[in-house]
Design a protein around this ligand. Structure first.
Ligand SMILES: [Zn+2]
Length: 443
């Protein structure tokens, strides 16, 4: 079946003024303005009201945190006190609550134009041993692409770490479960729908041994590696005092400077460290909303890209955002980067981070672009709301006027959102069930 997405109002692609054709879940050809597809089509979708983007790719998140949004005990704090407040609540996670949190976050992401979602899940309290299996099941039911990380924490307060004993695990159990979920779920190659990454949480929650052994395990299986690094000054200070080095040195010592690694936040790097990351081919996921909420600082996106580091975009956990709206984070990325740099940062930079940049974080070149041969993952927005009325440049308007909801979303050639609503999801029921589950996380 050949579907022509015809004559879009605007499209984030070169030479696609007439739209493009989709066949077998992939983009088959681009159509120039005023031209016709090279071969006959079976169906046409008239996109004259739509601004068409490649499906957005979210490169950092913690979906379970949707259960502790705007938590009265945690609001208005920076990262370390915020974490210390929330760990105790998070230890209450149950399989059912985790399933609803994942479903809610994936649905929110999808409705905001996201077609590939990454989750950094590192919380496995007793009873939640199958947390990764639950997330894979939810992604498969919804139909979007997902990269799930088998995250980990094995360093508690008792051994000089930040979290309490109740939320950390034994190193052997972590490595065994990592191997189990890789064997069960990790797809390789073009068009993969489910992939596994390995993701020890942070330098202050994970032992040096687990960092090194996780890297070795991931490389044996061809999985990518992810962790939080250089998020706050507190973290740098922790590394200098406890590990006797700076965060990037720690990555080097544990075998983490490689092209299969992407880092969350990446704020407090010096010039030398940015150069080292570029030479080793790492990527960084910029999380502007979370960085502003926790007052963590500014990611040096332009300097990173200048050094050859790919920059992606993430909403980050829903207790430090506190939503999962990726197109909103595109707007935040534009704004904070204007403050960091100047007005030469444009909406196209922010779109690049949320599409191609995030795809590079996940090690993918088959998503994040509208080009022949790429996967047919799309986000279509209209400019019908009052907030867009009078707007001139349609692509700039999405970011400057504040798009917050896609009208249509396609993954692998299949519409998952139509008329602004996810297909087959009862939104009211989901909100009710998730809200009820979240009440157990408040005193
Ligand atoms: Zn995070």
């Amino acid at each position: 079946m050949r579907l022509w997405i015809r004559n879009p109002l605007a499209c984030l692609a070169d030479d696609a003024g007439g739209g493009f054709v989709i066949e077998d879940g992939k983009i088959a050809e681009l159509v120039a303005s005023g031209a016709q597809p090279a071969k006959p089509v079976d169906e046409t979708f008239d996109a004259h009201r739509h601004v068409v983007l490649p499906g957005l790719v979210n490169a950092h998140h913690h979906m379970y945190q949707t259960l502790t949004r705007a938590h009265p005990q945690a609001i208005n704090k920076e990262l370390f006190p915020w974490l210390k407040t929330l760990y105790g609540y998070w230890s209450r996670l149950t399989p059912d609550a985790h399933r609803l949190a994942t479903r809610l976050a994936l649905t929110e992401l999808l409705m905001s134009g996201c077609t590939t979602a990454f989750d950094h899940h590192y919380l496995f309290p007793q009873g939640c041993e199958e947390a990764i299996d639950i997330q894979v099941d939810e992604a498969q039911k919804l139909g979007l692409r997902m990269v799930v990380s088998r995250g980990s924490m094995d360093l508690s307060e008792r051994d000089g770490g930040l979290p309490p004993d109740s939320v950390v695990q034994d190193r052997d159990a972590i490595l065994a479960d990592s191997e189990r979920v890789i064997g069960r779920y990790h797809e390789k190659g073009e068009g993969a729908m489910i992939q596994i990454a390995l993701a020890p949480c942070t330098p202050f929650t994970v032992t040096r041994e687990l960092m090194a052994e996780t890297a070795a395990l991931a490389r044996r299986h061809g999985c990518r590696l992810h962790t939080h690094i250089a998020e706050t000054r507190d973290e740098t200070q922790y590394c200098e005092e406890r590990l006797h080095c700076r965060p990037v040195d720690y990555l080097e010592q544990t075998g983490w400077l490689g092209p299969d690694v992407w880092l969350a936040h990446g704020i407090h790097f010096n010039d030398d460290e940015i150069g080292r990351l570029g030479r080793h081919g790492l990527a960084v996921c910029h999380c502007p909303t979370s960085n502003m909420v926790l007052a963590s600082g500014h990611c040096r996106t332009r300097d990173l890209e200048g050094a050859g580091v790919a920059v992606g975009l993430g909403v980050d956990g829903s207790a430090s955002n506190d939503n999962s709206n990726l197109i909103e984070s595109v707007r935040h990325a534009l704004m904070i980067n204007r403050l960091t740099y100047d007005a030469t940062i444009t909406h196209r930079d922010a779109f690049r981070w949320a599409t191609e940049g995030s795809a590079r974080c996940l090690g993918r070149d088959d998503i994040g672009r509208i080009a022949a041969g790429c996967q047919a993952d799309l986000a279509l927005f209209t400019l019908d709301e009052l907030r867009f009325s009078g707007a001139g440049d349609p692509l700039a308007a999405l970011v400057l006027c504040g798009a917050h909801r896609a009208d249509r979303v396609m993954v692998r050639g299949r519409w998952l959102v139509t008329d602004g609503m996810p297909v087959g999801i009862d939104i009211e029921r989901l909100r009710h069930e998730h809200g009820a589950a979240a009440r157990r996380f408040f005193d």
